[in-house]
Each structure stands twice: as structure tokens, then as C-alpha cells.
Design a binder for this molecule. Structure first.
Ligand code: CP3
Length: 354
């Protein structure tokens, strides 16, 4: 509603970009493309600037954040940049003792298992993340008409790391709390929703022109459990940033059975992994939402003809959608040949030029 819309730093040129138009389900000059994890280990220039700097430290240096965020934009000509950070940065910023171990992922020193543990999680204030505001200020100047996507981890995916103490395939401790102490679980997710919302607000107020909420591991849940135990917290995050009017993207892996609910949580754009064709996903999500996806990232290891044939299939499945943002079905794998990504951007642009 324009009357209650809060001013954001998004310029008119950015508002007119193919990416933001597709998110708003408006006609586009070509299908916009960006890749989850487009900044990162697939790029030699990333490995070079990261040399000797631990992951979390690199997320707190504005010049380095700016350089790494810009690298895939320069190299691939993608239609959007994604702010370089990690989903655990806001938790680190409020004092949670955690680290990101190479080849492992986030590891939490003292897992959150009790109400006393929960009391240690305080709200996030903008002063906790000054480097975010500074980096986005630098970035929006450098990016010109290219939109910047801000992001955060969704309450469930953050809780999975906090309760398990690290990556998990089964989420047994998180689910034990969810089923065994639903009140503690709800309070934990609600607290995380507040932290996540605050982190997204900092990014939007600094100049991010869209946001993506990563609920990467929500696919581990049944629809009933998602609706009861996760959706309310994710909805709180989306609601908290609704008045800015920037597109809100929601993504998880293996979420074919949850796509409708993830839209219901408050997303404007629903991200789809490679397991569900986009036309089928559109029926599951229902009208009024754009879709993002969904080439299998492993396809990029096949010969060029196969990459193009599979990309063509994604574009054909997307042909009837109200809005489509091309992406992979999950993040770029570190061993991906970056030239394949560059060619893919070009292929989607030429195939969809109107
Ligand atoms: O370009 C971009 O997409 C922005 C950068 C980005 C990172 N993490 C940088 C990163 C984004 C969007 C994330 C989000 C993130 N982090 C998610 C959600 C997205 C998804 O993949 O589902 C999750 C689950 C995490 C947690 C996390 N952090 C994992 C699983 C890992 C990988 C561990 C490993 O080494 O394999 C990380 C570390 C991480 N985050 C790296 C990068 C570039 C690798 C560390 C490095 O480069 O040294």
C-alpha cells in the first residue's frame, strides 16, 4: 500500500531493472539471471582476495565485502548482485560463539537446548553490524543500475544450526525440541524472527532493493509441521519488512511439498529447487507470485549442449509464468567452471530477448 510505504534507497534505474520487474511480475526485456552463491569459491579472484582471511572476518570488512559482491557481476554480467555475507553473521554479531569451518559450515560452541540458553540470544541493533551499512553504501554506488539483493537465514534454518551445534542431515535435536517442547521452540523461532527481521531492515535501509530469506533446510519438514511450527516465524519476518515494498524472495531445498506454504508465509517470489518443474511449481504456489529457479547446479558439469538443452527446458516450463527470475536450484558448487556460468547468463539473455 503506497500510503504506508517507507522510503528506500532504490533508484529509478534500479527499479526499472529486469530483475525487479520480473519480481513485480511486470514485462521484462529479457529473463533476469543471478546465481545463489555466485560470489565464492568457483571464482579464482574470490580465492585470491580471501587468502588467509577467515570466512567470518571477511564478512566484517566493508571493502572486501564490496569487492567480493562485485566480482560475479563484473565477470558474468548477472542481473543482480547478492550481498556477500553468511546466514550466521547476525548471530555472531549478537555474541553467539560460533565459527564457519572450511568444508564443514557453521559450528556453534554451545548449542541452544534450554530456556536458559535461549535467554542468551538478544535482539540485533543496527550498531551491531556497522560494516553492513558501510558495505552497502559502497556497493550501491558501484553497482549503478544493478540491483543488490540482501539476505538472511530463516528462523528454522538458523535454529537448525543453533540447536544441533552444526550442520546436520537429520535435525534430531532441533526436531526433539520442536515436538517435545513446542513452547520453547516457538519462543526460539520468534526470537530468531526478530533478529532476522532487524538484519534485513539494516540491509534495506542501507540500499538493498530486494531480500531473500534462505530457509535452506525447511525441506526436512512435513507440511503440517512447517505450517504449525515454522511458518508463523517466517511470516513475522516477511511482515516486518513488508512496508518497504521491496520484493521478498523465499527459498529452500527439497521444498516441493512446501511451496504453497512458503508463498503463504509472505513471499513475493518463491524459489524452487530442481526437483519440481516451474510450471508445476506455479500451480502449487498459486497466482500472484513470481518464481525463481531452477536449473540443477550439477548440470553445469555436463557438456555445453546438455547445459543448453536443460536450460531450454527450464525456460519452456517458465514460459507461462507471471514472473520468472532464472537461477540455479541451489548454490553454485565450488568446483564449477566459471566460464560455464558466464555462457549460461548469455544463453538465457539471448533466448529470452523480447
Ligand atoms: O554469492 C552468494 O550467494 C552470497 C554469499 C553467501 C554465503 N553464504 C557465503 C559463504 C550466502 C547467500 C550464504 C548463505 C548460507 N550460508 C546458507 C543459505 C544458502 C544455501 O546454500 O542454502 C547456508 C545454509 C549457509 C551456511 C554455510 N556457510 C554453509 C553450509 C557453508 C559452506 C561450508 C563449506 O565450506 O562448504 C558456509 C560457508 C560459506 N558461506 C562460504 C561462502 C562463500 C564458503 C566459505 C569460504 O569461502 O571460505
Amino acid at each position: 500500500s503506497p500510503a504506508s510505504q517507507q522510503p528506500t534507497a532504490t533508484s529509478d534505474a534500479v527499479k526499472d531493472s529486469a530483475f525487479l520487474k520480473a519480481c513485480r511480475r511486470e514485462p521484462v526485456p529479457h529473463t533476469p539471471v543471478w546465481f545463489m552463491r555466485q560470489a565464492g569459491r568457483s571464482l579464482p579472484e574470490y580465492r585470491k582476495v580471501r587468502e588467509g582471511i577467515p570466512m567470518l572476518e571477511s564478512c566484517m570488512r566493508p571493502e572486501l565485502i564490496t569487492e567480493i559482491t562485485l566480482q560475479p557481476v563484473r565477470r558474468h554480467g548477472v542481473d543482480a548482485a547478492i550481498y556477500f555475507s553468511d546466514i550466521v553473521v547476525p548471530l555472531k554479531a549478537i555474541g553467539v560463539d560460533l565459527d564457519i569451518r572450511p568444508g564443514v559450515g557453521p559450528v556453534v560452541e554451545r548449542p541452544v537446548r534450554t530456556r536458559a540458553d535461549l535467554a542468551q540470544l538478544r535482539d540485533l541493533a543496527p550498531e551491531d553490524v556497522p560494516y553492513v551499512t558501510e558495505a552497502i553504501g559502497l556497493l550501491t554506488r558501484e553497482l549503478g543500475a544493478t540491483p543488490l539483493i540482501g539476505f538472511a537465514g530463516a528462523p528454522f534454518t538458523l535454529a537448525s544450526y543453533l540447536v544441533e551445534g552444526g550442520p546436520s542431515r537429520t535435525y534430531e535435536n532441533a526436531k526433539a525440541m520442536m515436538y517435545g517442547d513446542p513452547e520453547l521452540w516457538a519462543d526460539l523461532l520468534d526470537r530468531l524472527a526478530g533478529i532476522t527481521a532487524a538484519f534485513l531492515k539494516v540491509q534495506i535501509e542501507a540500499g538493498a532493493s530486494a531480500v531473500q530469506l534462505f530457509d535452506s533446510w525447511a525441506g526436512a519438514l512435513s507440511p503440517a509441521d512447517y505450517r504449525r511450527s515454522v511458518l508463523p516465524a517466517s511470516a513475522k519476518v516477511f511482515q516486518a519488512v513488508a512496508s518497504y515494498g521491496v520484493p521478498r524472495i523465499h527459498f529452500g531445498v527439497g521444498t516441493g511439498e512446501l511451496l504453497g506454504l512458503m508463498g503463504e508465509a509472505g513471499a513475493d517470489v518463491v524459489g524452487v529447487d530442481w526437483r519440481v518443474p516451474l510450471d508445476d511449481a506455479a500451480r502449487r504456489v498459486g497466482p500472484g507470485k513470481a518464481l525463481q529457479g531452477n536449473l540443477d547446479p550439477a548440470v553445469l558439469f555436463a557438456p555445453r549442449e546438455a547445459v543448453e538443452a536443460r536450460t531450454r527446458e527450464v525456460l519452456d516450463a517458465a514460459a507461462g509464468l507471471e514472473g520468472h527470475v532464472f537461477n540455479l536450484g541451489h548454490g553454485v558448487m565450488p568446483s564449477t567452471d566459471p566460464d560455464v556460468l558466464t555462457r549460461l547468463v548469455e544463453y538465457v539473455h539471448t533466448q529470452t530477448a523480447r
